[in-house]
Design a protein around this ligand. Structure first.
Ligand code: DGL
Length: 275
């Protein structure tokens, strides 16, 4: 048994897709979340900047005494995976768990991957899918406007701008006849109703957050690192800017008020070596 919290981070709201799944799968676990809302988006930045941000985010969570870290960010998982491999606690990104879920879900092995520009340029999900399923046909699409739409809460199916943006990004993959779309950015499951409306019911949407939360649950169970049962896990949120904006959309998404558990942190002050 291990009652230390699980640490989760992302550039902003996207990693809440992992938190929501952790709350379902591991309701007794305490979770500490860091959303780098002062520096979002990560997906349009250089690999050097993404690495620096990822190391600071991990350092912050390690300082909070977490037992396991989830980089709930497709961009960090794709571009700065080596940061995760040298931490003093176990850590996982979203690429491998989500690629495995996509390969399992796809019958035709014609698989789409949507992600940030940095993620798509890295080819990380494509490589992971092809490693698992060498014959797979993978179609990639960067969707850089999705993250700002989500961060601004424009996620409803009746939002005309979001729908038109999604149509423009997804139409080419739809024409390629994909049967599975891997949402390679953790922000995108918040747009799943819009995306599903465009691709139709025959295309499976893979939530990288869900796949990664399941991996974490398995990892902790198999090593006897779960928190003792019998109490509801506590959630604590840290952001690097505008806690009010974060808690409004986050409360809606998680289905519970979180206003009192959101604090601001100056992430630029977090220094020191990590590996
Ligand atoms: N949610 C993140 C991802 O999965 C980050 C998006 C961004 O900040 O650009 O890639």
């Amino acid at each position: 048994m291990d009652d230390r919290p699980i640490g989760v981070f992302d550039s902003g709201l996207g990693g809440l897709t992992v938190v929501r799944q952790l709350m379902r799968q591991l309701p007794c676990e305490d979770i500490i979340y860091f959303g780098d809302t002062g520096r979002v988006p990560y997906g349009t930045r250089s690999p050097e900047t993404i690495e620096k941000y990822a190391a600071q985010d991990c350092r912050f969570l390690i300082g909070k005494g977490v037992k396991f870290i989830i980089a709930a960010c497709g961009t960090v998982s794709s571009v700065a995976a080596h940061v995760l491999s040298c931490l003093p606690v176990p850590a996982v990104g979203v690429v491998e768990p989500a690629a495995l879920a996509a390969v399992k879900a796809s019958g035709s092995k014609r698989i789409g991957v949507a992600g940030t520009s940095a993620t798509i340029n890295s080819g990380s999900f494509k490589a992971a899918i092809e490693k698992l399923e060498p014959g797979a046909k993978v179609f990639q699409q960067a969707c850089p406007l999705f993250v700002p739409l989500v961060e601004n809460g424009w996620i409803d199916t009746d939002d005309e701008i979001t729908r038109l943006t999604a149509e423009r990004y997804l139409q080419p993959m739809k024409e390629e006849g994909i049967d599975t779309l891997l949402l390679g950015c953790t922000h995108y499951p918040l747009l799943a109703p819009v995306i599903g409306g465009i691709l139709g019911p025959n295309v499976a949407l893979i939530d990288s957050g869900q796949a990664t939360a399941s991996y974490c649950a398995e990892y902790l169970k198999s090593r006897d690192m779960l928190a003792p049962g019998g109490k509801k896990g506590e959630l604590k949120f840290y952001v690097s800017d505008r806690p009010g904006d974060f808690s409004k959309v986050a409360s809606m998404f998680l289905g519970q008020e979180i206003d009192d558990s959101v604090c601001k942190v100056d992430i630029e002050q977090i220094t020191g070596s990590i590996c």
